[in-house]
Design a protein around this ligand. Sequence first.
Ligand SMILES: [Zn+2]
Length: 335
Amino acid sequence: MRNRHDWTKRLGIAGIALLAAFSGLAGCQRNGTNTAQQQQNFKEMINSPPGLAGKVPSAPPPDRRDETTPAGGLMPTAAFSSETTDNLKLTPDGEEALLEDSAIRAAGVAPAAKAKPASNQALQRKYPSVLVMKGSGDKRQLALTFDDGPDRRFTPQVLEVLKKHGVKATFFMIGSRVQAHSDVAKRVADEGHVIGNHTFWHPKLYSESLDRLRWEATETDRVIEEAVGYKPKLFRAPYGGLTDEILQELGRMKYNVIGWSVDSLDWKQIPAETCIANVMKDVSPGGIVLMHSGGHWTEDLSGMVEALDRLIPMLRQDGYQFVTIPEMIETTASR
Ligand SMILES: [Zn+2]
């Protein structure tokens, strides 16, 4: 009897502790991460693999592969957790996202709403001063953009190819990776490329609260500023997944939100020829080209690296000039 009583008591205490933990999480979701403690809790939570929230603060975030097609369709994604930020699970795009985020969901934070992203084309017409999908087309210019870095495998290779051809590009970086590879981020900036904000953990923003959006954007600004000395003016949403509310908020935060008009589909680990054909098919003056300088650690982007090396001279032969996004749309790199 005594034993049973003790266990009941212990279970009761455990239950209260659990309730307290969950109400803490709910508060974090509802009110945003306004205090340092909340922010720390949130960080530990999203750093931990399922079932280990708070116990393994150095474990990686959930992550995804970009992006939407210009028409706004979404890619299937999968959830993943492992040991380092290089092991971020980044899975392909193309259709509606199928799976739930792993660690954040497992840690008990529900999405704010089961929202669907809006068509980027429609949003662009509605918010032309905030969302850019393409340059004006008056000049024969192209902007190469690289998402999901920095990493130590492909970002340095991309930098070598760009240096070889004397091209400046725009890199949309994931904050957690900037934190892990700040020296690579600094090298990107030192070599004359522009850095944009691509959120901290690469969530589907349209399924999250505006508080979470602000946290993702601000935290990424902070680590980018720490690494390279400025807060980015440019923002690209993971999967290109946007809604009216997200765009309005990003506009209030004074970002230029950048989409793309040409998708290399490099994340499919395709041969260089296929990657080149994908780009050549849709390229036009003012084009913004989507490529990736990082991915899941099992992913081989070497087809993209070779394609890049061959595409630059081909496109120059066609009369194209390579510019950064701020040059193309006449904005600044920082804000
Ligand atoms: Zn991405």
